[in-house]
Design a protein around this ligand. Structure first.
Ligand SMILES: *[C@@H]1O[C@H](CO)[C@@H](O)[C@H](O)[C@H]1NC(C)=O
Ligand SMILES: *[C@@H]1O[C@H](CO)[C@@H](O)[C@H](O)[C@H]1NC(C)=O
Ligand SMILES: *[C@@H]1O[C@H](CO)[C@@H](O)[C@H](O)[C@H]1NC(C)=O
Ligand SMILES: *[C@@H]1O[C@H](CO)[C@@H](O)[C@H](O)[C@H]1NC(C)=O
Ligand SMILES: *[C@@H]1O[C@H](CO)[C@@H](O)[C@H](O)[C@H]1NC(C)=O
Ligand SMILES: *[C@@H]1O[C@H](CO)[C@@H](O)[C@H](O)[C@H]1NC(C)=O
Ligand SMILES: *[C@@H]1O[C@H](CO)[C@@H](O)[C@H](O)[C@H]1NC(C)=O
Ligand SMILES: *[C@@H]1O[C@H](CO)[C@@H](O)[C@H](O)[C@H]1NC(C)=O
Ligand SMILES: *[C@@H]1O[C@H](CO)[C@@H](O)[C@H](O)[C@H]1NC(C)=O
Ligand SMILES: *[C@@H]1O[C@H](CO)[C@@H](O)[C@H](O)[C@H]1NC(C)=O
Length: 672
């Protein structure tokens, strides 16, 4: 029995040369199972292999969903207006993107949202329908123009796998932070590479729309009702002034970088001389050999027999690094998104994993580097993905892109400053331990552990002087902990991963700081929340447990996972005015006049189990169950508390409560 071929959805990539062509083509052998040939309907008689299914167009589609934080996170719009950007049946769409020239003045002409200057909220809305048999496919949405650059990724999405009778899904993403791009003429690209043939019959019929809102208030609901009167500031006044691409910057095609081995993704940019604050946002997902990176084996244990059984190397640790002009500027820890075809597809029906329909992104505050970046020269931004093994190489590969969100000083004059202190760097102090007994693909086993030798720290603090004369110290600090215990034998595979840490943006009033102070001194100072310190900290925790068990007659899997991001504000000032200034999902201090984001929390805990019956090595039938709790606290104290339970065919329970539950995604589900 080769468990990997069931559990790890091995991708058929013959050579590096084939990567570009087949980069999103996943060919799991689980799909040869009769069960999936009938599109997930477990009871019906299964027609012969590979025959297209008659489509029962009369049956209503059932809903597949992903629990998602509300969008927009803060603004309760007075009036909103939607325009359809793309409405297409994506069938054989490899290399065939949808490209359009978007002009808000034309699209919203004659509506209350005709003037982008008045927009207070902005979302991208996906509605999709699919029927038959199909993989989950990775889609991306890009926007850009010829002035600030083409190809800023604004959404990364995936679809539910269809059933014979068909499914639909909806997801709405807050894109207010990209206002500077949507508010003018722009090239928009939607790429959703799909293949439809006799076996994989499911076209992905997807409508992409943009919804703008005007007027409205922030902070409605919640305990602090007096905040309800805070008017939402237009995005023109609170969103970044510029968003610059870290991508291939293509006008009509997908601009994503595919990183393999020790390669990196490099973009050369000029930053405006009056940039007063800047944040890099990163999108990153493992694909092919790296899709299930958190189950990969330490390279030293990857024997030829494990390799031919479908296991991959480079261990389980991954971080995405940012380097600017060859200097390390920070790292982010990716949350393991298990897509709807992952491990065992029965785990994700109809409740898809956190992040599948709208993948999370990650921020690094690069304000400390602005003193140099504002010199009018071209600067090199490099994004790379590294493992914890010697040399840091990863497999094939990672899809990455990013952007630089810039807040300008109104003076137009150059920002100056010096880096005062840097602590920590790009070196990952990883370790591997393990015991191999015999051959794990027959009667032996492998027990291993991958981790960081000590907590991973990085910090940089710099003096900043804006053109209008504001002086302060800007700091970026982060810390990460990681460990993963793995086990492999011929019939079982388990991984138990811990991954947590924090990142903190700090603005110190320059007069209060002595540049000889250490990292720890500065931490203590920002912890203390003194009058002259604005600090905001993102705590994250992404534990994951994955297990698969195979016998001659069964294939069972379990995935238990958490997505926990809590933003704490460590600053003395009262929050009511700040509320109106937030863009929506800040994790850092923003604006030329620094404002720390208010406290907010997103916590999803999900446990899924799948049991399936094997006949002749194929899944004959089976069922999956999921239980998910979701806790959400927005910046105004609005709450959502939710408990959702499903089995393969039904929503068994959906308890939705809280002052912001009217904005829940999805809305209250119908239970069996
Ligand atoms: C998208 O196209 C389909 C098929 O042509 C049509 O039925 C549907 O109404 C369209 N949706 C929108 C939002 O335009
Ligand atoms: C998707 O669109 C195609 C082409 O218009 C159509 O034949 C098919 O029935 C649609 N599928 C779903 C699930 O709506
Ligand atoms: C960018 O330039 C190209 C080539 O001249 C043009 O086709 C495209 O419309 C321009 N895009 C925008 C957003 O103006
Ligand atoms: C990125 O790759 C280029 C080309 O291999 C190399 O010269 C450069 O040093 C790399 N940068 C980083 C930060 O790894
Ligand atoms: C595996 O089987 C081989 C021969 O069948 C035997 O020699 C070996 O001791 C076994 N190993 C373990 C760990 O049971
Ligand atoms: C693999 O490990 C599981 C869990 O420890 C155990 O139940 C099973 O018997 C083992 N299989 C083999 C072939 O050793
Ligand atoms: C604070 O600003 C003054 C100039 O006003 C400068 O001389 C001093 O070095 C700065 N302090 C630090 C710690 O950067
Ligand atoms: C599983 O199947 C293999 C090959 O068909 C057979 O050798 C083995 O004895 C079977 N194991 C069990 C527990 O039935
Ligand atoms: C699943 O398939 C097995 C083998 O064909 C059969 O014995 C069993 O009754 C089936 N179970 C269900 C719930 O259909
Ligand atoms: C799911 O639960 C519903 C309601 O209890 C039940 O009717 C249905 O048979 C269950 N489906 C599976 C696949 O277990």
């Amino acid at each position: 029995m080769r468990l990997a071929q069931y559990a790890l959805l091995v991708t058929a990539i013959a050579s590096i040369g084939a990567v570009e062509l087949s980069q999103q083509l996943k060919i799991p052998s689980i799909w040869s199972s009769p069960m999936f040939q009938s599109g997930g309907d477990t009871s019906s008689s299964t027609p012969p292999n590979g025959q297209p299914q008659p489509q029962s167009t009369s049956t209503p589609l059932s809903e597949s969903f992903q629990i998602h934080p509300p969008a927009p996170i803060l603004t309760h719009s007075g009036i909103s207006c939607s325009v359809t950007l793309v409405n297409r049946s994506f069938a054989n769409s490899y290399g065939s993107t949808s490209h359009l020239l978007f002009d808000p003045l034309v699209s919203f002409s004659g509506t209350p949202c005709a003037d982008p200057i008045s927009w207070t909220g902005l979302t991208l809305d996906i509605h999709g329908e699919t029927r038959g048999r199909q993989f989950d496919r990775l889609g991306t949405v890009w926007i850009g123009n010829n002035v600030t650059g083409q190809g800023v990724e604004v959404m990364r999405l995936d679809n539910p796998e269809p059933t014979r009778t068909g499914v639909y899904w909806d997801i709405q993403k807050d894109v207010g932070r990209y206002w500077s791009l949507w508010s003018q003429r722009a090239d928009v690209v939607f790429d959703l590479p799909n293949i439809v043939d006799e076996t994989y019959t499911g076209a992905l019929n997807v409508t992409l729309s943009l919804t703008a809102s005007v007027d409205g208030v922030v902070g409605q609901g919640g305990k602090h009702r007096r905040r309800a009167s805070v008017a939402a500031l237009p995005l023109a006044e609170r969103a970044p002034d510029l968003v610059l691409p870290l991508s291939k910057r293509l006008q009509t095609a997908n601009s994503v970088f595919l990183i393999t081995g020790v390669n990196n993704a490099s973009t050369s940019l000029t930053i405006p001389q009056n940039a007063a604050r800047a944040i890099v946002e990163i999108y990153a997902s493992g694909t092919a050999n790296e899709e299930f990176w958190y189950t990969n084996l330490p390279t030293r244990f990857l024997t030829p027999s494990l390799s031919s059984a479908g296991y991959f190397g480079h261990g389980t640790y991954r971080e995405v690094q940012l380097h600017i002009d060859g200097r390390f500027a920070g790292f982010v820890t990716p949350y393991p998104v298990v897509f709807t075809g992952g491990v065992n597809p029965l785990l994700w029906r109809p409740n898809a994993n956190w992040g599948s329909f709208d993948q999370p992104s990650y921020n690094v505050d690069i304000t400390p580097w602005l003193g140099k970046l504002t010199d009018g020269e071209v600067h090199e931004f490099v994004v790379k993905v590294v493992s914890g093994e010697t040399g840091g190489a990863v497999g094939e590969g990672w899809f990455v892109s990013g952007n630089v969100q810039v807040y300008l000083d109104e003076s137009g004059e150059r920002t100056t400053g010096e880096v005062v202190r840097v602590e920590g760097g790009d070196e990952v102090d990883g370790w591997v331990d393990g015991t191999m007994e015999g051959d794990p693909t027959t009667n032996g086993s492998l027990t291993y552990e991958v981790g960081l030798r000590r907590s991973r720290k990085f910090g940089v603090v710099s003096s900043i002087r804006t053109g209008s004369g504001k002086e302060y110290l800007a700091g970026w600090y982060q810390q990460a902990q990681y460990g993963n215990e793995g086990y492999v034998n011929a019939t079982a595979q388990t991984n138990d991963q811990r991954s947590y840490g924090w990142m903190r943006s700090v603005v110190f009033d320059n007069s209060s700081i002595d540049s000889s102070w250490s990292w720890d001194d500065l931490q203590i100072l920002s912890d203390a929340g003194l009058q002259d310190v604005q600090a905001v900290q993102l705590d994250y925790n992404y534990p994951l447990y994955v297990a698969s068990y195979l016998s001659n007659s069964s294939f069972d899997a379990q995935v238990t996972q958490q997505f926990d991001r809590t933003v704490r504000r460590i600053s003395p000032t009262s929050s009511t005015e700040a509320l109106g200034q937030m863009v929506g999902d800040e994790t850092t201090v923003v604006h030329a006049d620094p404002v720390a984001a208010l406290a907010h929390t997103t916590l999803s805990s999900r446990r899924g189990e799948a049991r399936s019956v094997l006949v002749d090595g194929h899944i004959a039938n089976g069922t999956g169950t999921s239980e998910q709790t979701f806790m959400y606290r927005d910046m105004a104290g609005g709450t959502i508390d939710r408990l959702t339970r499903t089995n393969t065919t039904s929503v068994l329970e959906d308890r939705l409560r809280g002052s912001a539950s009217g904005r829940a995604q999805p809305m209250q589900l119908t239970t069996a």
